[in-house]
Design a protein around this ligand. Structure first.
Ligand code: ADP
Ligand code: ZN
Length: 218
């Protein structure tokens, strides 16, 4: 059983890397942003609850998020372990996750922190677009849409995230540095942190992560 947490600022590339590591290690990929977007797309109660927070770029309340994740890790495909992406996002979530795993005699094995300079983050984030209909993200230079201005997933119209203004990008980075960045120390103190440089292409960074995890006995 292997449980890995991915940490990094918005724009650090942790979603891409977490998905690829989950495939390589045959672990479930649990991405809370994706779970919320799916719920929103389906129009479920969870989606409606999460909507306004997501639009503002602030965190969805902890209890909603924690309940959703705990339900997800009890699903059958989480049996071999999981890669967490976008969760935990603050100390309360980290503690809730640790306690829930401990109740089953399990624990987080490693936290992979993808480190990118603030300057680079701002540049990457301002190229992001999001689908007006299903909220799926894409990036104009890294993963441009197949049809210009249209979502690859549902064909909906792409907009700059209402968020993708300079101000709200700053807001999301601020939420990250206030609430999520303390988790770097939290996992470092627990002896679980692996720090990886996030500059460079997707493959280069992926290889660094494989090398860092490969040196560990999981
Ligand atoms: P980003 O847009 O920063 O890449 P995600 O796609 O991971 O982030 O998440 C989108 C939004 O979903 C966040 O801005 C937040 O409102 C909500 N969200 C995702 N994960 C969490 C979490 N662990 N706790 C609270 N809210 C979350
Ligand atoms: Zn779409």
């Amino acid at each position: 059983m292997v449980y890995i947490v991915f940490l990094g600022a918005p724009g650090a590339g942790k979603g891409t890397q977490a998905a690829s590591m989950a495939r390589k290690l045959k672990l479930a990929h649990i991405a809370t942003g994706d779970l919320f977007r799916q719920a929103l797309e389906r129009g479920t109660e969870l989606g409606l609850k999460a909507k306004s927070y997501m639009e503002k770029g602030v965190l969805v309340p902890d209890q909603i998020t924690i309940d959703m994740v705990l339900e997800r890790i009890s699903a059958p495909d989480s049996g071999g372990g999981a890669v967490f992406d976008g969760f935990p996002r603050n100390l309360k979530q980290a503690e809730a996750l640790g306690e829930a795993l401990a109740r089953q005699g399990k624990a987080i094995d490693k936290a992979v922190y993808i480190k990118v300079s603030e300057e680079e983050l701002l540049e990457r984030l301002s190229g992001r677009r999001v689908c007006r209909q299903c909220q799926a993200p894409c990036h104009m230079s890294d993963s441009p849409p197949r049809v210009e201005g249209r979502c690859d997933r549902c064909g909906g119209e792409l907009s700059q995230r209402p968020a993708a203004t300079e101000v709200s990008i700053k807001k999301r980075l601020e939420v990250y540095s206030d609430e999520t960045a303390p988790l770097i120390d939290y996992y470092r103190r627990a002896g679980k942190l692996l720090e990886v440089a996030g500059e460079g292409g997707v493959e280069v960074v992926g290889n660094r992560i494989v090398a860092a995890l490969g040196g560990e006995r999981l």
